[in-house]
Structures are given as structure tokens and as C-alpha cells.
Design a protein around this ligand. Structure first.
Ligand SMILES: *[C@@H]1O[C@H](CO)[C@@H](O)[C@H](O)[C@H]1NC(C)=O
Ligand SMILES: *[C@@H]1O[C@H](CO)[C@@H](O)[C@H](O)[C@H]1NC(C)=O
Length: 434
């Protein structure tokens, strides 16, 4: 009866996770089942590169401390669909915390310069969805993270949209709840706002994202809403057709971080168009963005059961001072009420036209046909006529608004730590902009 025992435990586990209401995207907002608007107060969580959601005791310790911070969401970049995530998902659900899960795995990325969307990728993405859909505290899935980092990589955008198309098809064919499916973009001035518009344009919702998220490090304390560039981000997000939020934020230059941007995001300037922010990141490591640590740094070459890349990756989380408390007090001041779903009319939001291509910028001209599964990339899209160069709105508000922002300093990324040297070399390019 061993197997039925396990099955019973799994069912009980799933029942515990059901304590949280599911979340859906309506117009440009997230709503709980009760009709209350949901704003993301999130933390990027990837203690180890393979999958941080398999150690239930570790998840419980972290979830308990995150709860004191005011966190209601974590973002996880990589998971292993073959593992059991029940204990971790329940630990976070018990703390009132939702999850945003990236569907891509290390060898199924849509590559920026030689994009593909093939059956291997479809199956791998679908396996992650199948593994997580049973947990009510899944807020959404990302089909990709910062795939496009420079202008000529915009040709990969139709492949991103193809992945959305097929993951929605999978969701529908399995009869799953409509878990929002979206994309997490790098903050690249020449591509903003074309990418966010492209992923929501054309009028066919079956291939458009359910939400768009931006990794932005524009706001470095001490600054202001106008000087930081956030005013420009806001301008481009007004009445966006789907929820938009920060999937990473938390500039650490010069530090310590004050997280003053949270008052703009959740306040009167932005909260009617934005759905919150995810702070990068939970664990302190070489790139120095951590909110907690599991002990002092050790030698980069040190080995141990939970030590990799010079940092302990399990244990009792200890707040990094003063960043942890700074964030805690910012979030404690924020209680956006938003709107009730019953008072909200999604028709207020507007679909934008598919962007036309621009010289040295966005290269996808209009609503191009999406690649079919397995269709080989030839770069042919770049031969479409390039429209007369247009000045994008990114320059409208001065130099801050035109700056591309990524993590600074260039991170010794968490996902490289502990990886074999060969894989790390390959990964370096893709995680550099994470
Ligand atoms: C599918 O795409 C992945 C990721 O780019 C690649 O590694 C793999 O070789 C491709 N598989 C096939 C059969 O083309
Ligand atoms: C894309 O742009 C980068 C940076 O400007 C450049 O180094 C690279 O050669 C370009 N690639 C192609 C295929 O044009």
C-alpha cells in the first residue's frame, strides 16, 4: 500500500494549498476569486540553480521570514518538472505566498540570435505546466526571461509569441484553469515599448501574453519618479491591455537600498496601471542583491553540502541589514486598494497596433506570421521592408528615460554558481541580463 499512501499524502498536500484563492488576469489587472484586486509584492527566489522548490523544510523557513516582510509572491526561474514540489508549494501557500514559475529549463531556452521553437521545447514547457498547475498558489507562468537583450535580437520575438500560442493551446486542451501566461523582458531602451506592444497586438488573444513584466533597474536610490525614468515607463503602460508589473527591480548602486520606488509603483503615480513589483533577490550572493543570507561568504572554491559559488544556500535565513528592514518598512506603508472586479470595466484598456520596424531598433514589421513548431529560423524576417525610422517615445523624457538598465555590477549570477564550467560558459551569455 506504499503507493496509495503517497497518493493520499499528495492529495492532502494539495488540499492544504487550496487554502489560497486562485488569481486571474482581467483587463490590465489581477483579481482574486473574491473579486479583490491583487498587487504583487514579490521576491526573486532561486537558492540553487536546478530547483529551489524541492526542500520543504528550507521553503518553510524562508516562507515564514518572507511573510514578516510582507511578501505575497515569489518568482522562480528554474524548476525540475520531474521532482515533487508539494511540500514547498504548501509551505508558501500556508504563508499566503503565490508563485510565478518560468517554464523554460536550462536547455530549452528560446535562443536570442538563433531562435527555435520546436517539439522538444514544447514538451519541456508543458511538463513544467503539468507539474505545477495543480497548485492554486501558482499566479502565472513565464515563457521566457530576457531572451531579447539587444536590438537585432528582436527577431526572436515571433518565437516568444509562438511559445505563448502553444502553451495556451496546451492549457486549453488539458482543461486547466486559465493560469496567466506571460513574459519577462529586459529593460532595453531601443526595444521599449515595442516589445510590450508586440506581445499584446494583433487582436488574437490565443497568441498574446496574459501579462507583461519588466526587469528594470532604473530607480537607484536616492532619486525621484521623474528623474529615475519611471515616469516614462508609466506613460508607456497607461491602459495597457493586460497586467504589467516589475518582474525584477532593486538597483543596488550605490546602496544600501531604500526601495523608495515601491511608493511610486504602489502609489498614485503608477498603481492604476501597474500590478506590483518583484524585488531581486532573496539570497545574498556575489552580485550583492540579497535580502537574506544563510551565513557569511566562504571561499569561492569551498565545497559543502549546501555551499556553492562562495555562499551557503540553505539554513536559517538571516536578514541583510539594512536592506531587509528598508523593504519591510516600505511595504508596510503600502496598501493599494485598487478596484473591485465588480466595479471594473476591462474595456477601458486598449489594444495597441503591432509596431512597425525601425532602423537599428525593432526589426519585426507589424503582425508577421508566427513560426510553426520546428520551423527553422533563417533570419528572413530581417528582410522585410524597414519602415521610415521613427523616434520612439523612449526619448521623450530626457536621458534617464532612454537608459537601458540591467543589474549592476554585471552579476556573477546565481544561476552560474555551482554549475559545471562548460555549462556556465554557455549560460553566461543568457544569464548576464537576467
Ligand atoms: C530545439 O531547441 C532547443 C533549444 O534551442 C535546441 O537545443 C534543440 O537542439 C532543438 N531540437 C531540435 C530537434 O531541433
Ligand atoms: C547584433 O548587434 C550586435 C551589437 O550591436 C552586433 O555585435 C552583432 O553583430 C549584430 N548581429 C547581427 C546578426 O547583425
Amino acid at each position: 500500500m506504499k503507493f496509495s499512501g503517497i497518493a493520499a499524502a499528495a492529495i492532502l498536500g494539495a488540499a492544504a494549498a487550496n487554502a489560497l484563492e486562485t488569481i486571474s488576469a482581467v483587463g490590465n489587472k489581477f483579481f482574486l476569486e473574491s473579486g479583490k484586486q491583487f498587487f504583487v509584492k514579490g521576491i526573486a527566489y532561486q537558492l540553487v540553480e536546478e530547483d529551489p522548490l524541492v526542500d520543504g523544510e528550507q521553503c518553510s523557513r524562508d516562507a515564514a521570514l518572507m511573510k514578516t516582510l510582507g511578501t505575497n509572491t515569489i518568482r522562480v526561474y528554474h524548476v525540475d518538472a520531474t521532482k515533487d514540489h508539494t511540500k514547498c508549494m504548501n509551505a508558501f501557500a500556508d504563508a499566503g505566498i503565490y508563485t510565478l514559475i518560468d517554464l523554460d529549463t536550462f536547455d530549452t531556452y528560446i535562443l536570442p540570435t538563433a531562435p527555435s521553437w520546436n517539439q522538444t521545447q514544447v514538451d519541456a514547457y508543458a511538463a513544467v505546466m503539468d507539474a505545477f498547475i495543480k497548485y492554486d498558489n501558482v499566479l502565472g507562468f513565464f515563457v521566457g526571461n530576457e531572451i531579447i537583450a539587444i536590438a537585432n535580437q528582436s527577431l526572436a520575438a515571433p518565437y516568444i509569441k509562438a511559445s505563448v500560442r502553444d502553451m495556451k493551446k496546451h492549457r486549453e486542451s488539458k482543461g486547466y484553469r486559465k493560469v496567466p501566461i506571460g513574459y519577462s523582458a529586459a529593460d532595453i531602451a531601443e526595444l521599449r515599448p515595442m516589445l510590450q506592444d508586440y506581445l499584446t497586438c494583433g487582436g488574437d488573444d490565443s497568441q498574446n501574453v496574459d501579462f507583461f513584466a519588466l526587469n528594470s533597474y532604473e530607480w537607484c536610490d536616492v532619486t525621484t519618479y521623474d528623474v529615475s525614468g519611471y515616469a516614462n515607463l508609466q506613460k508607456q503602460a497607461v491602459n495597457f491591455p493586460v497586467p504589467i508589473f516589475f518582474s525584477e527591480t532593486g538597483c543596488n548602486v550605490p546602496g544600501p537600498r531604500l526601495f523608495d520606488d515601491q511608493q511610486a509603483i504602489f502609489g498614485k503615480e503608477m498603481s492604476s496601471d501597474w500590478s506590483g513589483a518583484i524585488i531581486y533577490e532573496w539570497i545574498e550572493e556575489a552580485n550583492h542583491y540579497g535580502l537574506i543570507s544563510y551565513g557569511p561568504p566562504v571561499a569561492p572554491t569551498a565545497t559543502g553540502s549546501n555551499i556553492r559559488g562562495g555562499f551557503s544556500r540553505a539554513g536559517t535565513p538571516t536578514p541583510v541589514s539594512p536592506d531587509f528592514n528598508n523593504l519591510k518598512s516600505q511595504w508596510a506603508k503600502i496598501t493599494p486598494s485598487g478596484v473591485a472586479q465588480s466595479d471594473y470595466s476591462p474595456s477601458l484598456v486598449s489594444t495597441r497596433a503591432c509596431p512597425t520596424s525601425t532602423q537599428d531598433g525593432w526589426l519585426v514589421n507589424g503582425n508577421v506570421a508566427l513560426p510553426s513548431i520546428g520551423q527553422v529560423f533563417t533570419g528572413a524576417l530581417s528582410t522585410v521592408p524597414i519602415a521610415t525610422p521613427t523616434t520612439t517615445t523612449t526619448s521623450a523624457l530626457g536621458s534617464a528615460a532612454t537608459t537601458s538598465t540591467t543589474k549592476n555590477p554585471a552579476p556573477a549570477n546565481k544561476e552560474i554558481a555551482g554549475m559545471s564550467a562548460g555549462l556556465a560558459g554557455v549560460m553566461l551569455f543568457f544569464t548576464f541580463w537576467l
